[in-house]
Write a protein that binds this ligand. Structure first.
Ligand SMILES: O=C([O-])CC(=O)C(=O)O
Ligand SMILES: [Mg+2]
Length: 555
């Protein structure tokens, strides 16, 4: 039986129970007769489009986003072609339900809303048997992409234990819907290393191991056992690390990025999309990247990753590394990062300012930093809801014509500001991108869509790039190339539009955009020598062929 072609020996109820083979009411009369399905379905025979219309109505019948999410997950577990056809037909409407922000709620209430299994749960006790357990995955054959989390830093919601599984499931749904990776070639994985979330530990319904998180050498042993099992059982699979705590995210990436095909979505994916949006903002404001003064709120792995990627672009544009570092001021809960601060990691210390810079300052909180530094760009990856206050934003706008303000924390409840407020406080001058979706702004009676600088612009395209071009590593140049392709696409789309240009491409056109972004990344992989030689025309064709479109196989 193969889930890729739909050719199968499964019959009757077993066929209907397999979400990758089930067509539901779209089975023709002849198929029903031949496959032992007679009597198992209501008599009507529908086309896929008719099923999509019906499913969309059913979806709209639920009021609450979480209930809509549950409905869609149930549809995904029943009939994947229909699920993906529905999602791709209504991408902009369904993205916030399948993904951020609603997926955050689904993670928080994972144990309560749990219905059917999806993906693999790997626990510490089984560390010697991960090889065997990988064989239990539902679809045999090669896996194109794994998304793995240990649930410790789910969006801005902190430790969700096994509830974190919602994130790999959601991310891989977009690998398929946008990148076109066949669903049978994706594998969500949750590493259950315990949880330090007291509420979960004392909740009788909690479905994970009721133990505190592993730390130190045991944690490292768990990660190594997992990676080596993937290396031997699923060589060549793209391994995406997702929502790990800062203390683990960077060390894991550093340890494995030269050993296998892997990247960290929060560090590198987020960074690439922010670079893309910032590049567009530079073009719109007329202030080139090397002249931007960037204040970053938050100093976790995602924030440092963003600065590292912008720094790489600055160096590429001719600045020395030292001059590039001087364009950043990092602020976290303890104030500005300065040399005198103890407890900074090596990655954070790169951005520490000289101690004497603040000698005359009135503290080093965000408001004072903005007053003193007069930034042109304010980037939030802090999970501190509302941290970009009216006072701070008005202060910034008083010294900068087109302030770039990116409240990027997820989900919506953790955003540093509401874009409508930002527009009001700056008289519409702010160039805005958010992390979670927000409704469009009203500008001169027109609706102006907001850029959602979410890593969804990058990771599905990375999967497509790798599937099409056969890369064996994810290099920085591949990510920078993807970022530039995102900005280029935004510029192309803005060319025909009246009013303020969105900083990123429209979500509705993301399947098409993903092909251009994937092509750029695949070309960079060839240039970096991590993929077999191929011409641009060959790669363009390979990308188009590799992108799966949800449809039933011919009867
Ligand atoms: O999932 C998202 O929307 C973006 C992301 O990786 C995060 O916030 O951790
Ligand atoms: Mg994430």
């Amino acid at each position: 039986m193969t889930h890729l072609t739909g050719q199968t020996t499964a019959r009757g109820a077993a066929l209907l129970a397999d979400p990758l083979l089930n067509k539901g009411t779209a089975f023709t009369r002849r198929e029903r007769a031949e496959l032992g399905l007679e009597g198992l379905l209501p008599p009507a025979v529908e086309t896929l489009d008719e099923q999509v219309t019906r499913a969309h109505r059913a979806f709209l019948g639920y009021d609450k986003p979480l209930n809509r999410h549950i409905y869609l997950r149930q549809l995904q577990d029943t009939n994947e072609v229909l699920f993906y056809r529905l999602v791709t037909a209504h991408l902009e409407e369904l993205l916030p339900i399948v993904y951020t922000p609603t997926v955050g709620e689904a993670c928080r209430r994972f144990s309560e809303i749990y219905r059917r299994p999806r993906g693999l749960f790997l626990a510490w006790e089984d560390r010697d048997r991960f090889h065997e357990i990988l064989h239990n995955r539902p679809h045999k054959g090669a896996v194109e992409v794994i998304v793995v989390t240990d649930g410790q830093r789910i969006l801005g919601l902190g430790d969700q234990g096994v509830g974190g599984m919602g994130i790999p499931i959601g991310k891989l749904s977009l690998y398929t819907a946008i990148g076109g990776i066949h669903p049978a070639r994706t594998l969500p994985i949750l590493l259950d290393v315990g949880t330090d979330n007291e509420e979960l530990l004392s909740d009788p319904r909690y479905l994970g191991r009721r133990e505190r998180r592993l730390t130190g050498a045991e944690y490292d042993e768990m990660i190594e056992a997992f990676v080596s099992a993937v290396e031997t059982e699923l060589p060549g699979t793209l391994l995406q690390w997702e929502d790990f705590a800062t203390a683990h995210a960077r060390p894991i990436l550093t340890r494995y990025r030269d050993r296998l095909l892997t990247f960290n979505d929060d560090i590198q994916g987020t960074a690439a999309v922010v670079l893309g949006a910032l590049s567009t903002a530079c073009r719109v404001s007329g202030t080139p990247l090397p002249e931007q003064r960037l204040v970053v709120l938050g100093a976790g792995s995602a924030a440092v990753g963003v600065a590292d990627m912008i720094r790489a672009a600055l160096v590429d544009e001719g600045l020395s590394d030292e001059a590039a570092r001087r364009r950043f001021w990092f602020v976290d809960v303890d104030g500005l990062l300065i040399g005198a601060r103890t407890g900074l990691s090596d990655e954070q210390r790169v951005y520490a300012r000289a101690d004497d810079e603040v000698a005359e300052w009135d503290g080093t909180g965000l408001a004072e930093v903005v007053r003193r530094v007069e930034p042109t760009a304010l980037i939030g990856l802090s999970t501190a809801s509302g941290a970009f206050t009216e006072e701070i934003v008005r202060q910034m706008a008083s010294t900068c014509e087109r302030p770039v303000v990116f409240p990027l924390s997820n989900p919506t409840s953790h955003s540093e500001a509401d874009p409508a407020d930002l527009a009001r406080w700056t008289g519409g001058r702010a160039l805005i991108a958010t992390g979670s979706p927000f409704p469009p702004l009203k500008v001169d009676g027109r609706e102006a869509p907001l850029a959602q600088a979410n890593n969804v612009y990058i990771f599905p395209a990375m999967g497509l790039a790798v599937a099409a071009g056969g890369a064996t590593r994810v290099t920085d140049r591949m990510l920078v190339a993807a970022a530039r392709a995102v900005a280029l696409r935004a510029a192309d789309e803005a060319a025909g539009l009246p009013g303020p240009p969105p900083l990123l491409p429209a979500i509705g056109g993301m399947r098409e955009a993903a092909r251009e972004i994937a092509l750029a990344a695949a070309l960079a992989a060839v240039e970096d020598g991590v993929a077999p030689r191929a011409t641009e025309a060959e790669l363009r064709a390979a990308v188009a062929t590799a992108q799966w479109t949800p449809d039933y196989p011919a009867p």
